[in-house]
Design a binder for this molecule. Structure first.
Ligand SMILES: Nc1ncnc2c1ncn2[C@@H]1O[C@H](COP(=O)(O)OP(=O)(O)OP(=O)(O)O)[C@@H](O)[C@H]1O
Length: 729
């Protein structure tokens, strides 16, 4: 397997890349003005996106393409062997048919031959003279001389006929006897020597002895098939002018065997007015003409950097669906085997159709994951977080609008963890964003004041991270649409603005935004937020419009179309990294327990490096898990539903518990709850709590937390720079 890493900023095509534009502005006003000047250009389409054009085709070496590597040589030799075997099988099956056809053609040939020989056999040359003399004799019956000449010639013709028929009959008889008495092998050779010419003679212009099969694409792919497909979809002209042949593509490489498919690079003919982009836009129709699924056809342009031009296309046609070849555990993430990982390195992400590994650098980037439910959005989004877990100098801020099990293990590590989209969770999210903005401004002030020798580009460096305790900040929000639908208009506007500010300016200060949404429409995820995101990943969606909503306007027409994916493609999505750079990836897999294990390892690493901060440092459940202490289920569940609030009325608490686990808490009342909590060791300072001026029966979170033995919490040491206080308190 080879590795494809999205080219880091400074190395794109060997040219120094411009700085990320967000760093160039000094004042908010300048930034706002700049932002207004180009509101319609999507981040992935900006020329200054350092990830642009990361897919390149290597320079063409001297050897023919099938002989460039041992792998290719064996693959192509195997393909040739397979093709021969296929043809042998095909024709072997048809031997009876061919034998019948041979007999028929040989008979036809014999008839034709006999007919052709008849003038010789029947001495036709003499017959004309005999006929002429007979006619003359009719007119002059008394002419004796004429009669003698006629009799002589007639006799001569009769003798000639006898000799010739006799010789022919003897030849046939000898041949038949020879064949009959010969060895079987000789017999076959002689029969072939006789029947072959006879069949050839009987074949005529149109009849043929053998069928001409077209092997399936899996067995063989030819340039003719490519031409036929392109012609059928209107990319090549159909009719020839005058005597000219119809135009065809020029295959600069292949078709050759390449991995588990066929590879071809071709140039469109000039004069047809079609471009490589037109070919990419007709992927589905081309696939249909080739008789394969569109997911099996991987098309890309060959740009000038790879020796190409606007009419050069690289096409790879896979034998089978390349994304269904392996699933868990074959595609388990390599992160699972690592003890540590540096977030400054590209993150192992998955593999493309040909098995090339795709690694994604996330520093200075922001990410957006979209697609239909249950297609692997969250799992793929978590890959990024997982890499961040293995770097102790990454601080996680996580919000999950669904509040499900996917992000729960992050309580062991996350500086802030917001679960769900209820009112208190929305408040916690708003507080989290305020905290992030304050931290971002603090960092910019610090970075501005640092000398150029320490901070040469005005942005975070690995050295600054440890020296000034400025960990990289991962802002992960899953099911973003849940928050926007739960908020009123003003809150929504404010949160959108906050997120935009963090996504736009944050990268220079080490903020990496990682957002996901099921519904990427303008209401659920505002366009102005989506436009800032530089890396986008889309799992299956219903149509090209939805695909463009996630990946960017016009991307489906360029070939980056997530609607070609099917229900079976779990964990597969289209990753767009630049204006013309995209790849369909089967993402690596990390299941729930493995992710929880990574969280546990991440907590250990942070404790070792004194980086366990915020909510994680103060989380009772996480501390108890770490100490191997089993917190009673009711205490754990109450803590979970009260995580964003210091106190809660009993009626609300019961409703939240029933929502969390209907089977267990559905029929609990206040007395049952009080009894169960008391049995679990909870003692209440007060049974009445006041919330928003309303005094009712309820619980304080600190009373619930106190049920966990103090000694297991002794090790919880909030770290300077990372207060353990809850934003809601
Ligand atoms: N890389 C992968 N390889 C194989 N299977 C995967 C992969 N990623 C996810 N899956 C499977 O797909 C299922 C759905 O994944 P996930 O929960 O991430 O979907 P989702 O799109 O986030 O759904 P929702 O929007 O409902 O949360 C998982 O249970 C998992 O089994």
């Amino acid at each position: 397997m080879t590795d494809a890493t999205i080219t880091p900023p400074a190395a794109v095509n060997g040219h120094a890349q411009p700085k990320v534009s967000l760093l160039k502005f000094d004042t908010d006003a300048e930034r706002a003005a700049q932002a207004e000047e180009r509101p319609t250009v999507e981040a992935v389409d900006r020329p200054d996106n350092p990830l642009a054009d990361w897919l390149t085709v290597p320079d063409a070496p001297l050897l023919p393409v099938w002989a460039r590597s041992w792998q290719s040589l064996t693959a192509n030799a195997t393909a040739l062997g397979r093709l021969c075997a296929w043809h042998t099988g095909y024709h072997a099956l048809r031997l009876p048919k061919y034998a019948f056809r041979l007999a028929y053609l040989a008979t036809k040939g014999a008839w034709r031959g006999t007919r052709g020989l008849w003038p010789v056999l029947s001495a036709a040359d003499r017959t004309a003279a005999v006929k002429a003399l007979r006619a003359q004799l009719k007119d002059k019956p008394e002419d004796v001389d004429l009669a003698v000449r006629y009799a002589l010639l007639h006799r001569e013709r009769t003798l000639a006929r006898r000799w010739r028929f006799g010789a022919a009959a003897t030849a046939v008889a000898l041949a038949a006897a020879g064949i009959a008495w010969a060895d079987p092998l000789l017999q076959a050779a002689m029969a072939a020597a006789v029947l072959g010419p006879l069949a050839l003679l009987g074949r005529g212009d149109d009849a043929q002895l053998l069928d001409h099969p077209t092997p399936p694409l899996k067995v063989d792919m030819s340039a003719a098939q490519v031409n036929d497909a392109l012609r059928a979809v209107g990319l090549l002209k159909n009719t020839a002018r005058g005597d000219e042949k119809p135009p065809t593509v020029h295959c600069v490489m292949g078709p050759v065997r390449d991995g588990r498919g066929w590879s071809v690079i071709f140039d469109l003919p000039r004069g047809g007015g079609k471009t490589a982009a037109d070919v990419l836009a007709k992927r589905t129709a081309i696939a249909a003409e080739l008789g394969v699924d569109e997911i099996q056809v991987i098309l890309s342009r060959v740009r000038a950097s790879g020796g190409g031009h606007a009419g050069r296309v690289s096409m790879w046609v896979a034998d089978d669906d390349p994304y269904l070849l392996d699933g868990p555990p074959e595609n388990n993430s390599p992160l699972l085997k690592l003890e540590r990982f540096s977030i400054w390195e590209p993150i192992p992400f998955g593999r493309d159709a040909r098995g090339t590994r795709i690694n994604v650098p996330v520093m200075w980037q922001s990410l957006f994951f979209g697609g239909l439910p249950r297609r692997g959005k969250t799992f793929t989004q978590r890959l990024m977080t997982a890499a961040g877990l293995l770097d102790p100098f990454v601080r996680h801020y996580v919000a999950d609008g669904k509040g499900g099990a996917d992000w729960k293990p992050m309580r062991a590590v996350a500086h802030r963890l917001v679960m769900g989209a209820e009112d208190d969770a929305v408040e916690a999210l708003k507080a989290m964003l305020k905290e992030l903005l304050a931290e971002m401004e603090r960092r910019f002030v610090l970075l501005r004041e640092l000398p150029v020798s320490i901070c040469p580009e005005g942005k975070l460096t690995p050295a600054l991270v440890e020296k000034y305790n400025l960990p990289v900040i991962f802002v992960t929000i899953d099911e973003l649409q849940e928050y926007f639908t739960a908020m009123d208009r003003d809150d929504r506007e404010q949160v959108i603005n906050d997120l935009c500010r963090i996504a736009r300016r944050g990268p220079a200060a080490g903020f990496i935004c990682n957002f996901a949404s099921q519904r990427p429409d303008a209401d659920s995820v505002p366009t102005k937020l989506r436009e800032i995101i530089t890396l986008r990943y889309c799992t299956q969606v219903v149509d090209q419009t939805s695909s463009d909503m996630v990946l960017g306007k016009g991307k489906a027409a360029q070939g980056a179309d997530a609607s070609v994916l099917s229900e079976e493609h779990k964990g597969t999505g289209v990753l767009v990294t630049g204006p013309a750079s995209f790849v369909t990836v089967l993402a690596d897999f990390i299941d729930g327990p493995a992710f929880a294990e990574l969280c546990r390892r991440g907590r250990e690493l942070r404790v070792q490096h004194q980086q366990l901060t915020g909510d994680a440092a103060g989380d009772v459940q996480a501390a108890a898990d770490e100490a191997g202490f089993t917190v009673p289920a009711v205490v754990s569940d109450v803590l979970e539903v009260m995580q964003h609030t210091p106190r809660m009325h009993t009626v609300d608490l019961l409703a939240r518990l029933a929502n969390l686990d209907e089977d267990t808490y559905g029929d609990w009342d206040a007395e049952r709850l009080a009894a169960e909590l008391e049995a679990a060791g909870v003692t209440r300072d007060t049974k009445q709590v006041k919330i928003n001026g309303v005094n009712r029966s309820g619980y304080q979170r600190r009373d619930i937390e106190a049920a966990v033995p103090a000694e297991i919490l002794l090790d919880r040491r909030p770290v300077e720079g990372g207060p353990a206080t809850d934003p809601a308190t």
